[in-house]
Ligand binder design. Structure first.
Ligand code: ZN
Ligand code: ZN
Length: 233
């Protein structure tokens, strides 16, 4: 087993504290990743506070993980030691149900292994997330990350980014189309950037006084909070 350092919360009203635990030794298809950055997703906060119910404690949150591969299993084909790798919201699934076979593992009908606040395939061993020094993940549930990218900025793409990219791509957003984004939050600002980069005209719907200035910087407005701002890019 691999001694690992992390930050865990012991219960819904506890703060994150240093936490020592063990990762499994990498199997033939696993990669060991030294975690360099991990995004903070609002669902980390929901889960840590048990706001959705059923939280497993102690909990090491974090599912926007970027790091460097430090060891690979004997059968690993897609990664070499030293390369960058990313891990998102889940780290395994049953692999045999219709969803898994269709490449839609996130909809696994048997047991989706969440990156944290979940259990491994044995449905007993708790999973611990990215607020930690390293993680062991099957290469098929690990993403390749280009060394050309600023990797600290890559981390949020692994949940907030893909969550917004997926529907935009699904509905083939592109030039000549108009996209409305409800709320300029963690996901919302990703959606604005992605939709704009796809060539769409982007409108943000906001109920707060915080709005976008024409330069894309967040500024405060003294006008009516119920207004619609449009950002042209
Ligand atoms: Zn499945
Ligand atoms: Zn998330």
């Amino acid at each position: 087993m691999l001694p690992t350092r992390g930050y865990a919360t012991k219960g819904p009203t506890s703060v994150l504290e240093p936490f020592n635990f063990e990762r499994r030794e990498p199997g033939p298809h696993d990669v060991l990743i030294e975690i360099l950055y991990c995004g903070i997703c609002h669902s980390d906060i929901h889960q840590a506070r048990d706001e959705w119910g059923g939280s497993i404690f102690p909990m090491v949150p974090g599912h926007e993980i970027v790091g460097r591969v430090t060891r690979v299993g004997s059968q690993v084909k897609r990664f070499k030691v030293g390369e960058l790798a990313g891990v998102g919201c889940f780290v395994d699934s049953c692999r045999v149900c219709a969803s898994c076979k269709a490449g839609l593992e996130q909809y696994c009908e048997v047991h989706l292994v969440l990156t944290y606040n979940g259990t491994e395939q044995d449905e007993k061993t708790p999973t611990y997330g990215g607020y930690s020094s390293q993680i062991v993940v099957d290469e098929n549930y690990t993403l390749k990350i280009s060394p050309k990218l600023p990797i600290a900025n890559v981390a949020p793409l692994l949940c907030a980014g893909i969550t917004t990219y997926s529907p935009l791509r699904h509905f083939k957003v592109g030039p000549g189309q108009r996209v409305g984004i409800v709320g300029l939050g963690g996901l919302g600002h990703m959606a604005v950037k992605l939709a704009a980069s796809m060539g769409a005209e982007v409108t943000v719907f906001s109920t707060s006084k915080t709005t976008l200035s024409p330069t894309g910087l967040i500024s405060s407005s003294t006008r009516s909070p119920r207004r619609m701002m449009s950002m042209h890019t």
